[in-house]
Design a protein around this ligand. Structure first.
Ligand SMILES: [Fe+2]
Ligand SMILES: [Fe+2]
Length: 271
């Protein structure tokens, strides 16, 4: 049985007037990427929960059923915490950001209304296959504990990314259990991963010019940098399309288990 603890956490929340968007190790690329992810998951994660809960009755394996339930409960905690942090970001007056955020919500509402169960579960798996790799890479890099990192956002992401690793196999397993079509999974990885990437790049395009004027040129994220990061993310996407891709092949270092343990110790409650 894979243990997926559901933790309730307490974080110190930044406000718009005491948050520097270059929060992650003083690195503007990582900072905008994670800010956009924070906004994205506020609407993605309720979608993940609804998409999986509506197929839960069809899952015959009791162990998988339990894991899916715990996956949903972890994701529900994630978006509720991100919503609180997102208030600081949205309060910083980026013209056009609120509209883009609303369009994101419309997308997920439309997906739930018009798309098939297979499409929605495939989308969940496409997102999870992408975020698992980002989670592992970011936790291993130590960015969330870097001296130039805003510890409030650092603590939020360290918790969230650790739990993504803890439940990394669930979306893959439920997709394989209910549908299992390899080519359709590849298609949905492509759809989901470009959906988040487009949103991230739109956020960068909106935020960077405002911050460059508000602070200084170190907040500049040029069209060349956007194109370069889009090229650099391709190997991450392509890895998830391979027939041999499996979250079970991921090598998780011992330090992640240490993070899991210390998060459980510092949580308000764990079930
Ligand atoms: Fe999550
Ligand atoms: Fe997840």
């Amino acid at each position: 049985m894979h243990h997926i603890p559901v933790r309730k956490m307490e974080f110190e929340i930044p406000t718009a007037d005491n948050f520097d968007p270059k929060w992650a190790a003083g690195n503007i690329h990582l900072s905008y990427l994670t800010i956009a992810i924070s906004l994205y998951v506020a609407y993605l994660e309720p979608f993940l929960v609804k998409a999986l809960r509506r197929v839960l009755d069809r899952v015959e394996d009791p162990e998988l059923k339990e894991c899916v339930d715990r996956f949903c409960r972890q994701e529900a905690q994630h978006y509720q915490q991100h919503e609180r942090f997102n208030e600081a970001i949205l309060g910083m007056d980026y013209p056009g950001l609120e509209d883009r955020f609303t369009r994101l919500k419309d997308d997920f509402d439309r997906f739930l209304e018009t798309k098939s169960e297979r499409w929605c579960v495939g989308f969940v798996e496409g997102f999870e296959a992408y975020i698992n790799q980002g989670a592992l890479r970011s936790l291993k890099s130590g960015v969330f504990e870097h001296p130039q990192t805003d510890r409030r956002f650092g603590d939020l992401f360290k918790w969230h990314m650790t739990e993504e690793i803890e439940h990394r196999f669930v979306a893959y397993d439920i997709y394989q259990h209910l549908f299992g079509n390899y080519l359709y999974r590849v298609k949905m990885c492509f759809v989901a991963q470009w959906h988040i990437w487009k949103f991230i790049m739109d956020c960068v395009r909106i935020m960077s010019p405002v911050d460059t004027a508000r602070y200084d040129s170190s907040y500049r994220f040029s069209p060349f940098m956007r194109a370069f990061s889009t090229v650099m993310i391709q190997p991450v996407f392509f890895r998830t399309y391979m027939p041999w891709y499996s979250p079970y092949r991921m090598k998780v270092p011992d330090i992640i288990q240490d993070y899991s343990k210390s998060l459980s110790e510092s949580a308000k409650s764990v079930s």
